[in-house]
Design a protein around this ligand. Structure first.
Ligand SMILES: *Cc1c(COP(=O)(O)O)cnc(C)c1O
Length: 359
């Protein structure tokens, strides 16, 4: 067995997808399964598809390409706008993309015209989170220009909250998006078929029955993968939170002071660390680091193990309270939250194992 090892329970991911797709369907929305949290692991994509995701989204063209090559025939959605240099590739692997720039959409149209297949575009509206999207008042004019571009079909509008600015999706914010939809429809003179409402940050609204009707789809990654909504990080009723588990090996256990000895300057990442003096403690080094995980997003599953921090390749844990159960050669187990899952999935140093029918 090679460590660190990320285990993936397909059955749990399928189950979570089923719960969420049913929850959304009951409120008139379809589920777009977002694969990027696992670097589009094909077993995960498969579980999403068999659990009822009606389309697969990813922010990376390379991931969508692999999903296509694997044989997925359903709709693929490129979640991050392609660069000008990527438009030819984008139309080949994505049926739909989220966009805000007219120059990019024109290039997508030209690329699509060459393939003979219409490329669908969702115009992103910035509702205040200040990541991607056009400001609301500009939407009708930009939509009209996109609508007149040959090779593309403006399928709808979308929004993304709680990703950069941390702005919470409320029913008021979603109402604004529906208002923009009306304005766009008036300007282009036809109805839009899609309103792509947001991410796992919108799940709380759905659970609370606060999502205004008119939103047609949500793009969900974290909710499916970790079974949590993304505002309070609360568990979604009926979903598993442990579909992923990370195991790694202890390579050193020594008793050391809890405060560094000597003058303290910057650590490996330019921060000046602060330490609490807890006396002499047993410490373990686990053989993985910032390249593979986010130490603040790992949750030790063994009692008495506390994460102190990590450099590029070493995760340092206090194991004083774990007794003799932790020694050199021990395998420690960790649950992951989103940023740790993302890093573990993209690190070539982390082995992946898909558990078949585990649950
Ligand atoms: C990552 C991403 C999502 C999915 O976000 P989750 O919080 O994992 O559900 C949806 N839409 C866009 C544009 C994204 O980049």
């Amino acid at each position: 067995m090679s460590y660190p090892l990320l285990t993936i329970d397909k059955a749990k991911i399928k189950h979570n997808t089923r719960i969420l797709s049913n929850m959304l369907l009951q409120q008139g929305m379809r589920l777009v399964g977002v694969a990027k949290g696992t670097c589009a692991n094909l077993s995960v994509v498969q579980a999403m598809v068999s659990g009822g995701a009606s389309a697969i989204g990813d922010s990376r063209i390379d991931n969508l390409k692999r999903i296509r090559e694997w044989g997925y025939k359903g709709e693929t959605i490129l979640l991050r706008a392609p660069g000008h240099s990527q438009c030819d590739e984008a139309v080949l692997c994505a049926d739909t993309s989220l966009n805000s720039e007219i120059t990019t959409v024109k290039l997508l149209g030209e690329a699509a015209s060459k393939t003979g297949k219409m490329h669908k575009v969702i115009l992103m509206i910035d509702l205040g989170d200040l990541r991607e999207g056009v400001m609301m008042e500009q939407a009708p004019n930009i939509a009209l220009e996109m609508d007149r571009t040959t090779g593309v079909h403006l399928a709808g509008i979308g929004a993304n909250l709680a990703c950069y600015g941390g702005v919470i999706p409320t029913s008021e914010k979603m109402g604004l998006l529906l208002q923009v939809k009306n304005e766009v429809e008036q300007r282009i003179g036809r109805p839009l078929e899609r309103v792509s409402g947001g991410t796992s940050a919108n799940i709380k609204l759905v659970i609370d029955g606060q999502m205004p009707s008119g939103i047609t789809e949500l793009r969900i990654g974290e909710g499916i993968l970790l079974g949590t909504e993304a505002i309070m990080r609360e568990a979604i009723p009926g979903c598993f939170n442990d579909a992923f588990m990370l195991r790694a090996e202890v390579i050193e256990v020594q008793r050391k002071p809890s405060k560094p000895i000597g003058e303290v300057g910057q650590d490996a990442f330019g921060n000046v660390p602060v330490f609490e003096d807890r006396g002499i403690r047993r410490r373990a080094i686990v053989s993985m680091g910032q390249q593979d995980i986010d130490p603040s997003a790992l949750i030790p599953r063994s009692k008495g193990v506390e994460i102190l921090g990590a450099s590029s390749d070493h995760l340092i844990c206090d194991v004083e309270d774990a007794g003799c159960s932790v020694g050199v050669g021990s395998i420690l187990e960790f649950a992951l939250s989103y940023s740790a899952l993302l890093k573990a999935s993209t690190s070539p140093f982390v082995a992946k194992e898909v558990l078949k029918n585990a649950r």
